[in-house]
Design a protein around this ligand. Structure first.
Ligand SMILES: N[C@@H](CCC(=O)N[C@@H](CS)C(=O)NCC(=O)O)C(=O)O
Length: 208
């Protein structure tokens, strides 16, 4: 099984899940700064020209959430549970894409990716709007987490890996999570997992 990744938020979800499940994965780095995600070879794997992507035998899959499901199924893990819990996971994955990480991701892009790729200064209007949405939807997340260990209660799922994905970058990306004590507590719990803290494979150093 191969995972194509860069050290950015969406690949981070799948790398963290693969590491948490201890799956035998071949991690293939894709250098976005060199345009390796736009080569014909890579576009044949993910026509969107985005990371992550997965190859598993005949299966080629893109979209981080779908890849996390595939990894959990491969490991027969309840990170992707059955039945009513699955609906709850889908609820949080959808909510997160539309409402939380969408806006937290705008802050991540403006404060981390733009400077890293030399794309200019943060867009003040976009930052202001995104910060407002993070506060609005962060309050929903904070209220939900009260009295729960994870989004689904006692069970860790891929919804936690997806929804928390911008939090390791909160300080640098000026994501106002410190205003939400339940989110801070939940993230501290995720930080107890080595796979969450260090999701990416160690880069091989070039021989001199
Ligand atoms: N919805 C996609 C988003 C993937 C995505 O936007 N990946 C970013 C890195 S976090 C990327 O490949 N950016 C390169 C580009 O858009 O040129 C997923 O969840 O996999």
């Amino acid at each position: 099984m191969k995972i194509f990744y860069a050290e950015t938020i969406n690949p981070r979800k799948v790398c963290a899940v693969a590491r948490y499940l201890d799956l035998p994965v071949d991690f293939v780095p894709v250098d976005l700064s060199k345009g390796e995600h736009r080569t014909p070879e890579y576009l044949a794997i993910n026509p969107n020209g985005k990371v992550p992507a997965l190859e598993d035998g005949d299966v080629r899959l893109w979209e981080a959430n779908a890849i996390m499901c595939h990894l959990a199924r491969a490991a027969k893990s309840d990170l992707w549970p059955d039945g009513a819990q699955q609906e709850d996971v889908l609820r949080w994955l959808s909510w997160n894409s539309e409402h939380f990480s969408r806006h937290a991701g705008t802050l991540y892009f403006n404060y981390i990716i733009k400077p890293a790729l030399g794309l200019g200064a943060p867009d003040d209007a976009a930052v202001k709007e995104a910060t407002g949405f993070v506060r609005r939807f962060g309050a929903v997340l904070n209220d939900h987490l009260r009295g729960r260990k994870y989004l689904l209660g006692d069970t860790l799922t891929i919804a936690d890996f997806a929804t928390a994905i911008t939090l390791p970058y909160a300080a640098r990306a000026k994501i106002p999570v410190d205003e939400f004590p339940e989110i801070v507590r939940w993230h501290a719990r995720l930080n107890e997992l080595p796979a969450w803290r260090e999701p990416f494979p160690k880069q091989q150093t070039q021989a001199a």
